[in-house]
Design a protein around this ligand. Structure first.
Ligand code: SF4
Length: 241
């Protein structure tokens, strides 16, 4: 019988990527702290964030972890290999700038975050840019920036009072990119602050907030969907949109 020339995967060898990423997923690695709410999360379903605080899913999700990792690799490559050399597109001033914003009517709650680039654009004005990586830019090109991205950027713009902004999408598959000018929309900023207040109140009172699966950009991947608290979510065929 002819021997197969295809090499076999060694059964005792685990993926080094999974090995390292799964260690980062251990609960203590990024344990959420009540009173500190991340701008990158607040635009999603509030119930999802509440569950992340009170009973996080700690099971390692290889697909999700790899997507996050690839996103962070792209950010690092842009930071080290592109931004230091730009001249005509814009002038970067700082990267990874931290932002915080105290929630109104409370002394123990704030929204925190970190935006990607503080820059001077070709007109000489200061602007905030947030970078988003996507597997493919087809839908971004067709439909424009996602509402959750616009809201997250609005949070940074409102907190820093820098009203000019850009969203920069980079495709993981082709390395293509798209830019959108996105100046501050104040109602989005107020909406984000209100989300922070609702989450803070829900955690203090230990009350489940409402379901809002429509806020996620990939809601079908919500890791809480099999929980009893989410039985009526539209992701499970329920009526809650
Ligand atoms: S399953 Fe639905 S309701 Fe539950 S956290 Fe996820 S998006 Fe929200």
């Amino acid at each position: 019988m002819a021997q197969s020339i295809l090499a076999e995967q060694p059964a005792d060898m685990v993926s080094p990527i999974d090995e390292v990423l799964s260690k980062r997923e251990e609960p203590e690695w990024h344990k959420p702290v009540i009173g500190r709410y991340h701008a990158s999360q607040l635009a999603y379903c509030l119930r999802r964030q509440y569950l992340d605080f009170v009973s996080p899913v700690t099971e390692y999700d290889s697909d999700g972890a790899r997507k996050m990792w690839l996103g962070s690799v792209i950010h690092k490559v842009l930071e080290n290999e592109i931004l230091p050399f730009t001249e005509d597109s814009f002038t970067p001033i700082a990267v990874e700038k931290p932002v915080w914003y105290g929630l109104p009517n409370t002394r123990d709650g704030m929204i925190v975050g970190r935006f990607d680039v503080l820059l001077m654009d070709p007109s000489g004005e200061l602007a905030i840019m947030d970078v988003k990586s996507r597997e493919d830019l087809y839908y971004v090109d067709k439909e424009g920036p996602g509402e959750h991205d616009v809201r997250q950027l609005a949070m940074y713009q409102g907190a820093t009072r820098i009203e000019k902004g850009y969203l920069w999408y980079v495709g993981r598959r082709k390395g293509d990119d798209l830019f959108y000018r996105q100046d501050l929309k104040k109602e989005r900023f107020r909406w984000m602050v209100a989300q922070g207040s609702l989450l803070h109140q829900a955690l203090k009172l230990k009350e489940l907030p409402e379901m809002c699966p429509q806020y996620g950009w990939e809601p079908r991947y919500c890791k809480h969907r099999n929980r009893p608290e989410c039985e009526n979510c539209s992701l499970n065929g329920g009526g809650e949109q």
